[in-house]
Design a protein around this ligand. Structure first.
Ligand SMILES: [Zn+2]
Length: 61
């Protein structure tokens, strides 16, 4: 067992989601996208990156 287990979001119907690989710099900037592994399930979750959170904070101010 390793201590580096990633704790990602879970689909309420199907269980743990798997992280999507970022294909563009924009996606990498936005954060990590997680998607349900079930073929017909469209549930997805965005885990915002620190960069994105910083930008949002600036916009808010
Ligand atoms: Zn699902």
């Amino acid at each position: 067992m390793t201590a580096t287990a990633t704790t990602g979001p879970t689909c309420t119907q199907h269980g743990p989601m798997s992280p999507r690989t970022a294909r563009t710099p924009e996606q990498r900037f936005t954060g990590t996208w997680w998607a349900c592994i079930a073929p017909r399930c469209l549930n997805a979750y965005l885990q915002p990156s620190a960069q994105l959170l910083t930008q949002l904070r600036h916009q808010d101010a």
